[in-house]
Structures are given as C-alpha cells and as structure tokens.
Design a protein around this ligand. Structure first.
Ligand code: NAD
Length: 453
C-alpha cells in the first residue's frame, strides 16, 4: 500500500486523491484553502461533481482518504506527491505558476525521504525543469526528488469515469525507477500508457486542449456559414463526421468553448509559440472565432427581438457546460453579461451553478430556483448550457408563462420543426430553421423575419 499526497483539492486534485484512494492507496489531499478542507472533513464537496461525494465518503470511512490544510506536516511520509494546484491566466496572458512554485517549495521543506513529484497541473512546457530547480534550491535535505510530468485529461462532469477509464495515460519521466512506480500505480486502470520526456508530456496536454478548442471554433465557423446558406450544421456534422478521418466528437456548434482549461491553454500555447518565434495563426484564429461567436449570437438576438434593450430574457444554464458548477470563462455567463449591458432584464436558472454565478453576476440579473419560473413574462428564452433538464421542456407551460414566443437554442438541443410546431420562433446555431423558409410568416402573433440574405 502506497502513501500518497495530493496538493490541491479542486476538480482535479480531489478527483485524483479520491480515485487513487479508491484504488487502495493511502492518500492525504491537501489544500491551502481551509474552508475547502473544513467542508471535506464535514463530508461536503467544495464544488459539484457527479458521484464524487459518495466516493469521498466511502474512502474517508475506509481511512484511506484524509484531508489537510497544513502542507508541510501532511506531506511527511508521502512516497509520491501529486501537484494539482490551479494555474490560472495572468493579465498578460501567461500562465500563473505561483501556486505550482509554492507547492514545490512546500515539498522541498517537508522532505523526509526520497520522493516522486508528479505534476498534474496544466503548465507551460519546461515547467518540470522549473519545479526541479525550485525544489533543489529550497530543499534542506539530500533526499532524491524525481519530477514527473503526468498531465490530466479528465473532464468536469465525468471526472471519475475519465480518471478511472482514461483513453491514455501520459507519463513524462526520465528516471526508470519512477517510471516503474508510475506504471505500477496506474496498472489497475488497464489504460494505454505513453511514456515520454517531461517536456513532450507537457506539450501533449497543451496540444490536446488546443486541438479540441480549435475543433469547436472550426464547427462554429461552419455553423455560421450554414446559417447564411440555409444548411443545417447538425446534419453537416453527421455527414462530414461519418468519415472516420473526421469524426463527430466535439463538433457541436454553440456558444463557443469556455471553462478553466481551453481558453487558458490555447492562450498559453499561443504565448509559447510567440516566445519561440513561431507564428501561431491557427491558435489565434481559434481564439478570435470563439470571441466572435457570442457577438454573432447577440446580433441575432437583437435582430429577432428588434433590440434586446428593455426585453425580458430567460436564460437557461450558467455553467460552461452541463454537469458542473464551474462558471470560469463560461460563455453562458458572458452572454448574460452582454444582455444586461445592452439593457435586457435577464432571469437566469442553472441546476447547480447559481451560487458560483452569483459571485460574478451579483444583482445584475434575477435568479430563478426553478427553470420554468425564469420564463415568466419573458420575451425570449435562451438555452445557453445543454443541461438534460432543458431537453424535454413542456411547451404548453412555456406558452402560458412567456410573454413572447422566441426560443434561442444556443446549444442546438431541439429540432427546429418541433419547436416551431409548438408555436415558437426557433433560432439555433447553424440550423436551417423553418422560420427561414417562410418569410413574413406569423406564429402565434409573433412576426418571423427572414434572416437569409
Ligand atoms: P481548482 O481551481 O479547482 O483547484 C485548485 C486548488 O489548488 C484550489 O482549491 C487551491 O486552493 C489549491 N491550491 C493552490 N495553491 C496550493 C498550494 N500551494 N498547495 C495546496 N493547494 C493549493 O483547479 P482545477 O480545475 O482542479 O485545476 C487544477 C489544474 O489541473 C490546473 O492546472 C488545470 O489547468 C488542470 N486541469 C483542470 C481540469 C479541469 O477540468 N478542471 C482538467 C485537466 C487539467
């Protein structure tokens, strides 16, 4: 049985600590935020992640998982220490590595034997070298420290399944013994293991996120073309994506990418490219397209509602994607802010992200505890995050509650014809919506204008 420590009790750190405990290791999960540790000790999660609480509680009960807010003491005796601290963006677009450096210093000051330091935080290339240097400089003992870059690919909302059944595990390591230890640790997961050097491992993570983000921007650009030429992007994806070389995964046109990873990691890679005198044309385009996507949605909403100013808008979904309460860089939140800035009265709903959204939106919007409640007297309903509970709306209830008849489905979760048949004006992203086909048609008193050229 190994003794492991995980620094950071966020989405990645807590999932890593809990899953490693579930695999039979003795794990201490450490965070410098005492409120998080207090919540965990009391059996509460500091954030929403499906299935994680049950696993935390059962491993606490089995005495394999403990929590601490005192890194230096808690790190004693650990054979492997995982760094899973936050690496947000600085104002200048570079990744803020202060938490990684602090973690490295805590490790250096707590050394009481040889240790393998495994970095799971997403970091610029060469950070493993920096961590080694920080530890070397701060350590008081001669114990051997081996640094491993082991990027994490889990997704919020399916974090446990992703950790337990990864497509691959990437281990950037130059020490054979550490490689063997890591292989042994992950053996129960029965996943393909890719062993490389630390710099390449760091580059793999940034490449994966930059590619996925680019895919989102690509299909959003295609969606914008579809809208203008009267094609349906969902069918375009199906047709083009059925080619095995292309695939349909991650080809959902919508509001654009968000979250704590994609925007930050693409920006970080762009910075790295620029610093290395490589012109990052693709990365720049992916970022620009993403920003422009919300502009496009605002333009269409303004057109549909003949100006959003003074209009009441119900906005469904605030988290950056379903099954998480994470609102960092959420396009749904950005859309709410843009609507408010242009004079709309916005009532929002989200199944779990209201508390985190309130910290950003404060009293600029109204908050509804039930989704139908948000639509009362609304001129338009905007579906901004594709939570399952928005996928089977009762249109009769909406007809009763809403003042207007516009549904803007910014996640393409409905078939346009179904919504139109219910008496609503439907607008999706890149859909050949039926309201395009009938210029000047009337549905339930609402004028539907042709938006095709
Ligand atoms: P998070 O903000 O949810 O959690 C980070 C935690 O680290 C916080 O609780 C913070 O208090 C703690 N912390 C900061 N400094 C510390 C220190 N010196 N010692 C101990 N704890 C410290 O972040 P996250 O979403 O879990 O992401 C962590 C890292 O993993 C980031 O680099 C991120 O890019 C990467 N990542 C995130 C995801 C994801 O889906 N969230 C997926 C893959 C990789």
């Amino acid at each position: 049985m190994r003794r492991l420590a995980v620094l950071g009790a966020g989405y990645v750190g807590l999932t890593t600590a809990t899953c490693l405990a579930e695999l039979g290791n003795i794990v201490v999960c450490i965070d410098i935020d005492p409120s998080k540790i207090k919540a965990l000790r009391q059996g509460r999660l500091p954030f929403f992640e499906p299935g994680l609480l049950e696993m935390v509680l059962s491993n606490q009960h089995a005495e394999r998982l403990t929590f601490s807010d005192a890194p230096k003491e808690a790190l004693h005796g650990a054979q492997m220490i995982f760094i899973a601290v936050g690496t947000p963006l600085l104002e200048n677009g570079q990744i803020d590595l202060r938490s990684v450096h602090a973690a490295a210093r805590d490790i250096a000051l707590s050394l009481d034997g040889p240790v393998i330091v495994v970095n799971k935080s997403t970091v610029p290339v060469q950070t493993a070298d920096v961590v080694a240097a920080v530890i070397d400089e701060a350590k008081a003992s001669k114990h051997k420290v081996t640094i491993v870059a082991n990027p994490e690919f889990l997704r919020e909302g399916s974090a446990i399944a992703d950790f337990m059944h990864p497509d691959r595990i990437v281990i950037g390591v130059e020490d054979e013994r550490a490689e063997a230890e890591l292989r042994d640790l992950y053996a129960p997961l029965e996943a393909p293991i890719i062993v490389t050097d630390p710099r390449t491992a760091e580059m793999i993570k940034l490449t994966a996120n930059a590619f996925l983000a680019t895919k989102v921007s690509f299909i959003n650009e295609i969606a914008n073309i579809c809208e203008q030429v009267g094609a349906d992007v969902k069918e375009v994806v199906l047709g083009a994506g059925s080619d095995k070389r292309i695939g349909v995964a991650f080809m959902n046109a919508g509001l654009g990418f968000g979250g704590s990873c994609f925007p930050k990691d693409v920006l970080a890679l762009r910075q790295i490219a620029e610093a290395s005198h490589v012109e990052p044309r693709m990365l720049r385009a992916a970022l620009e397209t993403n920003t422009a996507q919300i502009d496009g949605v605002m333009a269409r909403l303004n057109e549909l509602l003949e100006g959003v100013k003074g209009k009441r808008i119900a906005l469904f979904g605030l988290s950056f994607k379903p099954n998480t309460d994470d609102v960092r860089e959420s396009p749904a939140l950005a859309l709410a802010q843009r609507l408010v800035a242009q004079g709309a009265t916005v009532t929002v709903h989200d199944p779990v992200a209201i508390a985190k959204a309130k910290a950003v939106l404060r009293d600029s919007v109204r908050y509804a505890s039930a989704h139908y409640e948000a639509t009362r007297d609304a001129d338009a309903l905007v579906i901004a995050t594709d939570w399952n509970e928005y996928k089977q709306l009762d249109f009769a209830v909406l007809r009763k509650l809403m003042a207007g008849r516009v549904i803007f489905d910014a996640r393409n979760i409905y078939e346009p014809s179904k919504v139109v048949a219910e008496g609503f004006v439907y607008c999706g992203i890149g859909r050949a919506a039926p309201f395009h086909a009938q210029p000047e048609a009337q549905v339930d008193g609402t004028s539907i204008r042709r938006t095709m050229p």
